[in-house]
Write a protein that binds this ligand. Structure first.
Ligand SMILES: *Cc1c(COP(=O)(O)O)cnc(C)c1O
Length: 406
């Protein structure tokens, strides 16, 4: 069945939502072949998102590690600061073609919410972002940004008041409003056709990379490394290389603070079992009785319990190798890249960098490796600053509080 990837995937939603997903799948099947749609999408990517994003030869890091030649794909230079805009623009444009006037979306850390709100502002669509109350409190800067783009923020007070509750609230709302509204999912997961659709829109990362590296090196790269939450930047980077078995594909999960339940967000490396949650079958960080298990990661964008079904299948088949990076290694990699290359990696992307710092020194000199910098790290200042300079940061917050309350 086309909606399955090996034993994962599917469309596990109530009868009310089936027609919405059937409509969406057929609209997507048409648009992906439609020259006019593709030209409009490309135009947005070029003039609004700022693509193609550069492929940087990381000369200093290459010299420091003394092994394979390292390139870095700078997705973080795209408008709104990460790869998420590629998917947000693609789906928002599709929604418009389908005659929808509004978009709803869930967000956890808030980065997907920011990208969707921006895309909707640009395309003239009404936008409502669902966010768990706990997440909204933790991620005020992103709540603020979402509002700046004119979107409404709908605070969800159900359950644990985090991402999964926002997803459920969104699905429930969508059942009532899909005639006018599109549900814009933020990673390569959810019920079919979302995993395929998100892969298609994020595939621009890999398509550009293939061209850029071929222009510079006249050959394909040997190793690609990307961080993996739901898996959209990883599958987007890997997509055009999946058939070429000579290119090693490495996805990096959040190792968090340790191996115990509740300390990490690893589905593959920590052997999380298969299950059906939020409309699709995949591997989920869960308790023995199938409840969502709390996760932990220094990066807000890699702590989701699920992984895209195609990525889970490619892990089973061995085509994608999985590894993980622990919080402490991630912070070290973040500092290393800032100092050696002048690049401020998002903490999510710094997982890919941390794995690269371990893997690349073991490669022969004639190899070529590419790291995906899925986002830039400005957004993480509220995490990185207190982690690295706690005393100074606390003093700054104290002064600011005093000034505002003063
Ligand atoms: C959201 C996010 C991720 C994780 O999502 P994927 O779907 O796994 O790509 C990674 N990097 C950045 C910068 C993000 O904002």
């Amino acid at each position: 069945m086309p909606e399955y990837f090996g034993r994962y995937g599917g469309q596990y939603v109530g009868e009310v939502l089936k027609p919405a997903l059937v409509d969406l799948a057929s609209a997507f099947a048409e648009c992906r072949k439609d020259k006019k749609f593709l030209a409009e999408y490309k135009d947005l990517l070029t003039h609004y998102a700022g693509r193609p994003t550069p492929l940087l030869y990381a000369e200093n890091l290459t010299r420091a590690l003394g092994s394979a030649k390292i390139y870095i794909k700078l997705e973080g230079l795209a408008n709104t600061g990460a790869h998420k805009i590629n998917n947000a623009l693609g789906q928002a444009l599709l929604a418009k073609k389908m005659g929808k006037t509004a978009v709803i979306a869930e967000t956890g850390a808030g980065q997907h919410g920011v990208a969707v709100a921006a895309a909707c502002a640009r395309l003239g669509l009404r936008c409502e972002i669902f966010m768990g109350a706990v997440d909204a409190a933790r991620q005020q800067p992103n709540v603020f940004l979402i509002k700046q783009y004119g979107a409404a923020v709908n605070i969800v007070n159900d359950g644990t008041k985090t991402l999964k509750d926002a997803v459920n609230a969104c699905l429930k709302r969508w059942s009532a409003c899909y005639a006018d509204a599109h549900y814009l999912i933020g990673s390569a997961l959810g019920p079919y056709p979302y995993p395929d659709m998100v892969k298609f829109f994020q595939g621009v990362i890999g398509r550009e990379l293939k061209q850029q590296i071929f222009q510079r090196e006249r050959r394909l790269p040997d190793v690609l490394i990307a961080c993996c939450g739901g898996g959209s930047n990883a599958i987007g980077m890997f997509a055009p290389f999946l058939k070429n078995k000579k290119t090693r594909l490495i996805a990096v999960e959040a190792g968090g603070a340790g191996n115990k339940p509740g300390q990490h967000a690893s589905r593959i490396c920590r052997n999380s079992p298969a299950g059906i949650i939020e409309g699709y079958k995949s591997r989920f960080v869960q308790t023995a009785d199938g409840q969502a298990q709390p996760t932990r990661s220094i990066s807000a964008g890699l702590d989701y319990i699920g992984i895209g079904p195609e990525l889970a299948a490619l892990a089973d088949s061995g085509r994608i190798e999985f590894t993980l990076a622990k919080d402490a290694e991630v912070l070290r990699a973040y500092r290393c890249l800032a100092r050696t290359e002048g690049l401020l990696f998002a903490l999510e992307s710094a997982h890919a960098a941390a794995a690269a710092l371990k893997i690349i020194p073991q490669l022969p000199k004639n190899k070529i490796a590419v790291i995906n910098m899925s986002g830039r790290g400005d957004k993480d200042i509220f995490i990185t600053a207190p982690a690295l300079y706690k005393k100074e940061w606390l003093e700054f917050l104290r002064q600011e509080t005093e000034r505002l309350c003063g």
